[in-house]
Ligand binder design. Structure first.
Ligand SMILES: Nc1nc2c(c(=O)[nH]1)N[C@H]1C(S)=C(S)[C@@H](COP(=O)(O)O)O[C@H]1N2
Ligand SMILES: [Mo]
Length: 312
């Protein structure tokens, strides 16, 4: 199990390394190489309003947290851009207030929550998780969020509910990527009910003690740390309990490449590249990818009777 420390301290070295990065943008470090294409202005503009706070400098495996700079400037959010460095500047004006999340479907007690309802009715916790993108890069992110199970229990799923379907905001005026028809908008994702109820699954509302920025899926996004990053759907407006397996945006686009389960598995290559290792953002060398992204002890039992080479 992940140990969650309740103490919140400000890590001065995180400030220092962040400022050093901004000051030295252009020198040859892994991070500046990574951000080299974004012209400096967007990277340097990510200035948190409050101190960055976090309870530990590493995850439970001893891996360093990824810098706030990298987490907030290297993003996949196709509603804004398919270019990772363009997401932050293009999403800067995204309106996240007012915001509601409608939770319904096969439930006895459907409810629409605004962000204050979520904050007041559920306990916010810190969770330091590895995020492993299907593109074979990864980060370690200190999230704040609420347990998805606590929210689902509040709406009382009926016995017919077998899956949970999540939907991102559809607003092409604000989200330029939604003006193209390469994908079937809005972004949809899904989990089996037992995956959704698992203690590791959260709805995140912040990073490093800061409210989520638009590029990370503000104001509320899913985080499922043992699955490839595309399952962790951003900027959620609707959650439905359903009987049938939902068809995700990625299944509709290429089911053979991005399946429903999408559990991190170094032994099952993507049709176009290996998943055996990964590039940890901010580090120079690659590292082996762990089964279930290092969370096998917690989640492998969910798939005891499944052929994991088929359900990638
Ligand atoms: N709505 C939406 N959610 C999304 C995506 C997206 O394009 N749209 N990209 C996914 C992918 S591929 C990854 S790796 C993660 C990236 O999250 P981050 O930018 O906060 O690191 O968000 C996921 N959630
Ligand atoms: Mo991803």
């Amino acid at each position: 199990m992940i140990k969650i420390k309740s103490s919140e301290i400000t890590l001065e070295h995180i400030y220092r390394s962040r400022r050093k990065f901004i000051a030295s943008a252009g020198t040859i470090t892994a991070t500046s190489l990574l951000l080299g294409a974004c012209g400096g202005s967007s990277a340097a503009s990510v200035e948190p309003n409050e101190p960055l706070t976090v309870s530990s400098e590493t995850d439970e495996l001893g891996d360093d947290l990824t810098s706030y700079e990298a987490i907030t400037t290297y993003n996949n959010f196709y509603e804004f851009s398919t270019d990772k460095e363009e997401v932050a500047p293009l999403s800067r004006e995204f309106r996240t207030d007012p915001w509601t999340v409608e939770v319904g479907g096969l439930v006895r007690n459907p409810q629409t929550f605004d962000m204050d309802d979520l904050r007041q009715n559920f306990t916010e916790e810190e969770r330091i998780y590895r995020l492993r993108c299907v593109e074979a890069w990864s980060m370690v992110i200190p999230w704040q969020g609420i347990s998805l199970a606590s929210l689902l229990k509040a709406v009382e799923p009926t016995s017919e509910a077998k899956y949970v379907r999540f939907e991102t905001l559809y607003d092409p005026e604000q989200m330029p990527g939604q003006r193209n028809d390469w994908y079937q908008w809005p972004y949809i994702e899904g989990l089996r009910l037992d995956e959704a109820m698992h203690d590791l699954t959260i709805l995140a509302t912040g990073i490093y003690g800061q409210p989520l920025l638009p590029q990370n899926g503000a104001p509320v996004r899913l985080v499922v740390p043992w699955k490839y990053g595309f399952k962790s759907i951003k900027s959620i407006v609707k959650i439905d309990l359903v009987e049938e397996m939902p068809t995700s945006l990625w299944m509709a686009a290429a089911a053979n490449e991005y399946g429903f389960y999408a559990n991190v598995n170094p032994d099952v290559p993507h049709p176009r590249w290996s998943q055996a290792d990964e590039r940890r953002i901010g580090e120079l060398s690659r590292r082996p990818t762990l089964p279930f992204n290092g969370y096998a002890e917690e989640v492998a039992a969910l798939y005891a009777d499944m052929d994991l080479t088929r359900f990638f």
